[in-house]
Design a protein around this ligand. Structure first.
Ligand SMILES: Nc1ncnc2c1ncn2[C@@H]1O[C@H](COP(=O)(O)OP(=O)(O)OP(=O)(O)O)[C@@H](O)[C@H]1O
Ligand SMILES: [Mg+2]
Length: 384
């Protein structure tokens, strides 16, 4: 592991951006030491961009270091620009940068370590057996993560579409305040390579149908993914479950008939054992139902989502909303692979269903054609 970090110039340098945010450059050596040589014991998990390690700096700060898979040197500058953009983004519900390290063949990103790990770990992983995620916390997580996405969509310039909203990208601090992570990485894809040709973004189950099938990206793709996340948070179900016979069922397919019959109590995560606010549940379920509509134009924007979740906007006719559950085409479901999410440890959720929330091999989707040619111009899929 060699030369890293333009350390001779900017070792320990503190950079203050105009937004009054501070981050600093780390040396490879410093991060190597902090993570005990990137040892497996320190590994928090692995995602589409590389591995994440827990570490502690010499001044006692707990950090999470994302060690990106090697990229071409041409991408180095793009990386620097990208982290600078991310360095300027500051919101209580977004996991901002603590710093980074750039070398000829290494790129590492440093974040604050989130002691409660990800929402995924609480719903289906390490902490799934705990009853820590009470109703109040769930509402706080729903509203906070929606506010983080609202900021990305409407308040930061240039606007950012996340494209990978999911439970492992919602991290939780010691107070269970949610911090949405991993926004903006799509730009790290080297020039000339379509983002659709990599497994960089998206997990089947969270993907809006127009994105999954035709590569059409807009803010409403994030709204769709947020709707799935919200359903997951309320019900404790995974976005895609494999039924005993091997058939895969999406969370929307499961939820739809229960909403239609207004059997709300049956929707709630059984771990709540009936401890939830019925009105809030109903409202949140309807918000989710609005978010996961197949037609992107019908979905609310994140401002409306936040308003509704906070109860400012109750949309009188919500009761008429019917969920148009997404049934991914067979060929898409066939592409679904097992997830390599570390903190998804495959607990059986008690009803014999096996998890199958897989990483989506977007590569194959590119070959699919939009039969209606509605979204022909794939250039529109560029984010930021
Ligand atoms: N700052 C952090 N504090 C604590 N845990 C973290 C932190 N950052 C990431 N993790 C955890 O490390 C694991 C790997 O994260 P990573 O972002 O690489 O993959 P992912 O979220 O599963 O997928 P994706 O690449 O699509 O984001 C996840 O379980 C994530 O929750
Ligand atoms: Mg992530």
């Amino acid at each position: 592991m060699g030369s890293c970090c333009s350390s001779e110039k900017v070792d320990e340098g503190v950079v203050v951006t105009p937004g009054n945010t501070t981050w600093r450059m780390f040396t490879y050596k410093e991060l190597h030491t902090a993570t005990n040589g990137f040892s497996d014991d320190n590994k928090l998990g692995e995602g589409g961009f590389g591995s994440v390690y827990w570490g502690k700096t010499s001044d006692g700060l707990q950090i999470a270091v994302k060690k990106l898979k090697a990229m071409t040197s041409k991408a180095e500058m793009e990386f620097a620009v990208e982290v600078e953009v991310l360095g300027r983004v500051r919101h209580k519900n977004l996991l901002g940068l603590r710093g980074y390290c750039v070398g000829t063949d290494q790129r590492l990103i440093v974040y604050d370590y989130m002691p409660n790990l990800s929402l995924l770990s609480h719903l289906h992983g390490h902490f799934a057996g705990d009853v820590q995620l009470d109703w109040k916390k769930r509402m706080k997580i729903a509203i906070g993560s929606a506010e983080g996405i609202l900021y990305l969509h409407h308040e930061v310039t240039p606007h950012i579409i996340h494209r990978d909203i999911k439970a492992s990208n919602v991290l939780l601090d010691s107070d269970f305040e949610p911090l949405v992570a991993d926004f903006g990485f799509a730009k790290l894809i080297p020039e000339g390579v379509s983002h659709m040709t990599t497994r960089v973004k998206g997990t089947l189950g969270y993907l809006a149908p127009e994105y999954a099938m035709w590569g059409k990206v807009s803010e409403s793709c994030d709204v769709y993914s947020f709707g799935i996340l919200l359903l997951e948070l309320l019900t404790g179900r995974k976005p895609i479950e494999k039924l005993p016979g091997g058939v895969k069922r999406t969370i929307t397919e499961w939820v739809e008939p229960l909403i239609a019959k207004e059997r709300f109590k049956e929707l709630v995560d059984p771990k709540r054992r009936g401890n939830f606010d019925h009105n809030q549940l109903k409202q949140a379920i309807y918000v989710a139902a609005l978010c996961v509509q197949s037609e992107p134009e019908k979905r609310p924007n994140m401002k409306q989502v936040v308003g509704m979740l906070k109860g400012y906007d109750t949309r009188g006719n919500l009761m008429q909303t019917r969920m148009d559950s997404v049934k991914y085409k067979e060929e898409l479901l066939a592409l679904d692979q097992r997830s390599d999410d570390d903190d998804d440890d495959d607990d059986d959720d008690g009803d014999g269903l096996e998890e199958s929330c897989g990483v989506f091999g977007a590569m194959e989707v590119q070959k699919m054609q939009d039969p209606y040619n509605r979204y022909g111009n794939r250039k529109s899929s560029k984010h930021i």
